[in-house]
Structure formats: C-alpha cells, structure tokens
Design a protein around this ligand. Structure first.
Ligand SMILES: [Zn+2]
Length: 382
C-alpha cells in the first residue's frame, strides 16, 4: 500500500500568490440574487482561497501553469475507439497518418479561435491511446491537451477486473484493495504506459442504469485516487434520471468535496431546479454536449445556461461539446444528423446566442476560463 508514497511526488509544484490575476474568477459571484443560497459556500471558499494557490496542470506536453490555461473546454475527445474491434476490422479507421492529420487540422483551428486548452476524458473503455495523442499534441503547439485516467462503464467493470480486487473478497474472506486505484494513481503520479504523459483528470460514468455494482466499484476507485492525489474528477452522468444525486451518495461516502467534481452532461437536462440543487451542493455542472441535438435542441441547451446564469450559477458551469475527430460508435453517415457537433460550435453559435440572451462577457469568461482554472487549483491530497 503506497497511500502515503503517492502523496508527495513533486507532481504539483505550487507557489503562493496574492496577485489579482491569481484571484481572477475566484469566489462566488451572484448577479441575480443567489447570495443567500450560496452564502455558506461563499464564506468557506474565500477562506480556502485567502492565499490562492498557483498550480501546474499536467498536459500531454508537460506541466502548464493554471494561469496559462486560458479558455478551456472541459470535455472534448480526440478519438473515441473500440480498440479490439479496430485492431481486427481497421477498414473504416483507414490510414493512421490521415486520422492524425485530420485531428491536427481541427485542433489547430480551435486554437486559432482562442481556445487554449481541452480536457480529453478518454479513458479505459473509450480507447485511450496516449502515443497517438502525443503525436498530435506535438503538432498543435497552441493547444494544451489534458488527458485523463479512469474507467468508463454504465454497467459492469471490464472483464480485466472481474476476478481482481474486491471481486476476490468473498473467496478470500477479507478485504482486497481494488487494483484500479493504484493504476489510476500511477497514471497521475508516474505517467501513462511509459509515455511520460501524466493524467490531469479522473473519469468515471453513471448512466440511466444507475449505480450498478460495476459503476459503484469504478466510482469508489476514482474517489480514492482523487483523495490520494487531489486530481479533479469528471463524471459522465444522466441528468434526466437524476444520476448526479446517486453519484453524490457514493462520493459523500468516500469523503469527496463536490467542488472538485464536474457532473458531465448536466446540460442534457433543462430542469433548472434539479441543476440548481446540484450546484448548491457544490458540484460543477458540465454544460458539455453542445451540438448533440437529438433528444434536445440547440435552444434548450443554450437557454438552460442562460437560466442558470440568471439564477447566479455561472461559477458552477463549464462548457464543451463532447465532440471527437472520430468516434467509432456511430455510422459515419449518421453523423449528418448532428451537423453542429464539432469543436467550433460554441464559438460560432453558442456564445453569440448567450450574449444575445443577456449572459455577460464576464460570465462567459467565468465558465470558459475561471472555473476550469479553479478546478485545477488547490490540488492537494486530502
Ligand atoms: Zn465524453
């Protein structure tokens, strides 16, 4: 057990700063009367940030000061793949160089439009392959790419884990630690698969099926890795069935601070009261599927952000598309049903709409720059 050994690795290099720049985006702002609701958080947050902490975030090309992250999309994939299918049926994927070239072009275009950082939450179950991402990052000099560790399932754990860790407890008659925890911590502290690239985010998922045994096992492993490293968590959720609340029960049990957790895909719901309850609990809401307008509409997604800003929760939202340069889950021709699902949709369409509906420039910068920065700061084990 190297719980203590994992704590001090030199991964997080920190310097205290009192500069106004370091304070930018901190503290809860409430333009529309949310003060009473957020009062207690406001107080504890100010205490916590009385001396704000400058932190470095691990990216594919190495550590970057949080102050230099700039506009950040907190949930964008580059590739979402099913590796064993791809290895055996590679025809659709085609030429590796062409796929890399396509990603380089799309990501460079995003960077020229003013986005400096993406968080790519592609983990086990989504086809993470860091050498390919390194090759792309080397050709996208103006974009930071933060990669993640964790495991993506809505049901059971991958078969690799079926007879490991807690699965052996019944047979052995004693607690067995989950190997996932050390795997995730190793990705954060030592790097991923000998590439030298360290993960800057933890990821798990819960969908409509709810807190299955596998989902809970992964979530607890992610929570433990978070507590050992301080690395923030992003969770794929299904807000229509209020799975954020199910996640909260397990995270509470593991002692996780909700302010360190992004509830991804919150923007799939337009139930502002539900989203407000999650924000009041401290969570960051991922309004992060702009462009996936199949079960919802562009207006419904954007109006939900407008309403949450109106209620005073700009400090609880981050924006993204959950897009990819290539995802093998979908027939390529079927992607025609989602013409806005690409990296430039927020800049081209969403931000002008938000401004037109009364969201302020300050609130947009809070969602795009201040909140991502805050999530990556004060990163300490606890
Ligand atoms: Zn995703």
């Amino acid at each position: 057990m190297h719980a203590q050994g994992g704590r001090r690795t030199g991964r997080v290099r920190q310097a205290f700063s009192d500069s106004p720049v370091a304070e930018a985006g901190w503290g809860w702002q409430s333009d529309y009367g949310g003060e009473a609701v957020l009062h207690s958080y406001s107080r504890s947050h100010r205490q916590q940030t009385a001396r704000s902490v400058m932190t470095q975030v691990e990216t594919v090309r190495g550590p970057v000061d949080t102050a230099a992250l700039g506009r950040t999309y907190m949930h964008e994939h580059i590739f979402v793949l099913t590796p064993d299918v791809q290895q055996n049926y590679p025809d659709e994927w085609g030429d590796e160089d062409s796929r890399v070239e396509d990603a380089v072009q799309k990501l460079n275009e995003l960077a020229t439009r003013g986005v400096s950082t993406i968080v790519d939450p592609t983990v086990i179950g989504l086809g993470r392959y860091i050498p390919r991402i390194q090759r792309i990052a080397a050709q996208v000099p103006d974009l930071n790419i933060v990669v993640a560790t964790g495991c993506y399932t809505y049901g059971d754990v991958p078969f690799f884990f079926h007879y490991r860790g807690p699965a052996l407890e019944a047979a052995l008659g004693q607690p067995v630690p989950d190997p996932m925890v050390d795997m995730f911590v190793g990705d954060i502290t030592e790097g991923i698969a000998g590439t030298g690239v360290k993960a800057g985010m933890l990821k798990c998922a819960i969908d409509e099926q709810g807190m299955t045994g596998g989902v809970e096992r992964v979530m607890r492993a992610v929570a433990k890795a978070h507590r050992r490293t301080g690395t923030p968590i992003t969770i794929h959720t299904h807000p229509g069935s209020r799975q954020g609340l199910a996640a909260k029960r397990v995270l509470d049990d593991e002692g996780v601070d909700p302010r360190r957790v992004v509830l991804g895909h919150s923007g799939d719901s337009s139930d502002a009261d539900h989203l407000q309850a999650l924000a009041e609990a401290g969570f960051v809401l991922g309004m992060d599927r702009f462009g996936i307008n199949l079960e919802t509409t562009f207006e419904a997604r954007a109006d939900t952000v407008v309403e949450m800003c109106r209620r005073g929760f700009a400090e609880n939202m981050v924006l993204a598309h959950d897009a990819a340069c290539y995802i093998d889950w979908i027939e390529p021709w079927a992607l025609a049903a989602t013409p806005q699902w690409h990296y430039l949709h927020i800049i081209d369409d969403v931000l002008p709409y938000l401004l037109d509906k009364g969201v302020t420039e300050d609130q947009i910068e809070t969602m795009l720059t201040g909140n991502p920065r805050r999530i990556f700061e004060n990163v300490e084990p606890y």
